[in-house]
Ligand binder design. Structure first.
Ligand SMILES: Cc1ncc(COP(=O)(O)O)c(C=O)c1O
Length: 474
């Protein structure tokens, strides 16, 4: 048997055993000193090593130190476990190793199909060419805001690609306090200036305050600026809140704003039982970011930007030098004309496999399972006496804090801030923190199909234990 065949089989078996035995290991553990030295300081070998040896190194030195998100006790940030189907096909996309910039091959054709599937899944209107896969929502947001900027300039008779921004009225972007940092990063990258990113306040449910949005747009316009885009959230990263999308779409329509929706994490939440009304208006967006590598479980990396009118996005990015000319490309041209990347990986295979494996019903089942867990945890928090809920549960995130008896109110921030690191080091569950309405919070995000109710009990017990162990002097 060749080294390639033997090592490929060993790697596939290793991956499967890693995933099926995941509960036998800590969710996360600190890296041992000698492994840390091996991982970060090793020299490039003078001569090449066998594939079988490399797989063995992965087994002994790399697999013991996961980030933790494969484990059903991982509730940090928004990081899902890899779907089994995605894991199985990942080596095959590497074996083919195409660039999905364009051309006639399976990678490009499959990308068109899965982008359509994603749009259909969440009820977003799809026109051929109306979206592409990206590294994640951060890059999807760059594509969205660049498209918005292009349209705003074109509406006023200039070309931002040719003229740049200088000497023009400032373009203003509106995001809520709870909007993800990738929006500001994209605005900075596109030369809009963070000074021109307006932070709209939120209501008691942490949803964008539409009255305040209206007032801010009117005041900026009166001051001679060019309000050009409002970015709402369909599932904020802190609490899963869904902004009043329909009302925001009305404001956008009245003021000629591009309406972007960040559904990176939460867009699939529209599929949960009884959730659709809360997402009304999402289908009116000019662009929608949706990360298959979040709730759907497609192995990293895979984001997606969906756009209502593909022509604007093509106008914002298309640049076809003679060495990339393809006379057979058809009306849609190449995918690389719709975003900043030229060489593009074969992400579609992992999306196709993941979505085909689950099917529509399986995806709905996963979303409902996670939404139920978040609600169940909030019920447990409410009934506990030593925990407090900090936000309503909308998608699959529970935001709360620990309030053990005897800890004065002015020490709660310090205590809750200290808890995640202690919980993480104990290795039974993994939680991260944030600030919500000025308060230190713990948040548990549910995206794992194998998380069960018993994990919720463990989570609360681990937080209690971490509070006892923490160095905060209560
Ligand atoms: C709501 C939301 N938007 C955007 C992002 C950024 O996504 P990515 O990390 O894929 O770039 C995240 C990441 O967690 C998110 O939760």
């Amino acid at each position: 048997m060749s080294d390639l065949l033997r090592a490929s089989q060993a790697a596939a078996e290793l991956a499967a055993r890693h995933l099926t035995g995941i509960r036998d290991h800590p969710v996360w553990q600190p890296v041992a000193d000698d492994d840390r030295a091996w991982l970060s300081d090793q020299p490039l070998p003078a001569s090449g090593r066998s594939l079988t040896e490399l797989v063995e190194d992965v087994r002994t030195r790399i697999l013991p130190y996961p980030m933790g998100n494969g484990h059903p006790g991982f509730f940090g940030w928004v990081n899902s476990p890899p779907s089994p189907a995605g894991v199985v096909v990942a080596p095959l996309s590497s074996a083919l190793n195409p660039s999905c910039a364009g051309g006639e091959h399976a990678g490009v054709l499959l990308e068109h199909a899965v982008v359509r599937w994603l749009a259909d899944l969440v009820g977003y209107p799809h026109a051929p060419g109306g979206g592409l896969l990206t590294s994640g929502a951060s890059m999807a947001t760059v594509v969205a805001l660049a498209s918005a900027r292009q349209r705003a300039a074109a509406d006023e008779g200039w070309d931002v690609r040719e003229d740049g921004l200088s000497g023009r009225p400032a373009m203003v972007l509106y995001v809520s306090v709870e909007g993800h940092s990738c929006l500001r990063k994209a605005a900075e990258l596109l030369g809009l200036g963070s000074r021109h990113v307006r932070v709209v306040p939120v209501d008691r449910e942490l949803r964008m305050d539409v009255l305040a949005l209206r007032e801010m747009v009117a005041s900026d316009r009166a001051a001679g600026m060019r309000p050009f885009c409002v970015a709402a959230s369909a599932g904020t990263v802190n609490t899963g809140a869904v902004d009043p999308l329909d009302e925001i779409a009305d404001v956008a329509a009245e003021h000629g704003l591009w309406f972007h929706v960040d559904g990176a994490y939460g867009a699939p939440g529209v599929l949960a039982d009884g959730a659709a009304d809360g997402y009304a208006g999402m289908a009116r967006a000019d662009s929608l970011a949706l990360d298959p590598h979040k709730w759907l479980g497609v192995p990293v990396d895979c984001g997606c930007i969906l756009v209502r009118d593909p022509r604007t996005t093509r106008d914002a990015f298309s640049l076809v030098p003679s060495y990339l000319r393809d006379d057979g490309a058809g009306d849609l041209g190449w995918l690389s004309e719709y975003g900043p990347e030229q060489t593009r990986p074969f992400r579609a295979l992992r999306v196709w496999a993941t979505m085909s494996y689950l099917g529509h019903d399986g995806i709905v089942g996963l979303v409902n399972h996670c939404a139920r867990l978040a609600r169940q945890l909030s019920t447990m928090v409410d009934g506990s006496g030593d925990f407090e809920l900090l936000a309503p549960v909308t998608a699959s995130i529970t935001a709360f804090r620990h309030r053990p008896a005897g800890v004065p109110a002015d020490r709660l921030d310090e205590l809750n801030r200290a808890i995640p690191a202690v919980v993480q080091r104990r290795g039974r569950v993994f939680i991260t923190g944030t600030r919500i309405a000025g308060i230190e919070a713990l948040r548990a995000c549910f995206v794992h199909p194998d998380t069960g109710v018993e994990d919720l009990t463990t989570l609360l017990d681990e937080i209690r234990e971490a509070a006892r162990q923490s160095s905060v002097d209560c």
